[in-house]
Ligand binder design. Sequence first.
Ligand code: C2E
Ligand code: CA
Ligand code: CA
Length: 250
Amino acid sequence: MQLKINAQDLRSALITNQLKVFLQPKVNLNNYKTIGYEALLRWQHQEHGLISADQWVKIAEEHNIITPVTLWLLEECLKQITKDVQLSINVSVKSLTLDFAIRLMGIVRAYKYPPEHLTLELTETQKIENYTTITGTLSFLRRQKIRISLDDFGTGYNTLKTLAELEVDEIKIDTTLMQSDTVNSNFILGMVVSLAHEINVDVVCEGIETRHLLDKAKELGVVQGQGYLFARPCPIEVSTAHHKQVKKSA
Ligand code: C2E
Ligand code: CA
Ligand code: CA
């Protein structure tokens, strides 16, 4: 069911700490060790409980709330994770201005976080209109050693054209493409993975829920994955405590 989300409520949610950060591990598919974490936002709503970001990101974009929310999320993560942890955050292409990039780098420096440990997963809820601004911002960020990933690759607007136009370090193959099991979709998946490897772009498979999907990702030669088979997203306090525990006993 699509909830009616109000921009004013969303603004006050940010100020009154109703936004909660969850982390989901990104795993090495050869040894099942955690490579890093993706931060996923939830809104702890008084009436509706936990609301996934995909229900309110569009409203946040339309009312220019998405950039402050993203910078807030980054700062929350850097306050809590240790510097050895690789972090991926979702960034709407709407946020990709030079001003945003400068503020983001300000936060990274303030927390002395290694920029090469931070990946920005670009989510496109609309067609990219202004490639020039985006390309300039992305090349600034890449010069600062920030990694760039194309999220939901193979669906919506994140297509071969985006891969051709923007310099990226990683693509994330969308759950729907992974879970579709037709001869054609499997063929396309194979082509996408080979193409990415050919141009030195890392590949991450999303939505690995079953052993079958894990085997499929491995057969494709993909080394990194995320999904419920390994772990569901957990509140950041729980994930960071678990990470410290694993590190101590290693
Ligand atoms: P996404 O970036 O593609 O994130 C992956 C989504 O798949 C997450 O949903 C995650 O909980 C879910 N997922 C993880 N493993 C599995 C699995 O094995 N099977 C299935 N079926 N799903 C799995 P979530 O947390 O509801 O987030 C939905 C979307 O909201 C995200 O999709 C992302 O596009 C957006 N989003 C989340 N946080 C942020 C944010 O801070 N900023 C922006 N701009 N967008 C965000
Ligand atoms: Ca993502
Ligand atoms: Ca996805």
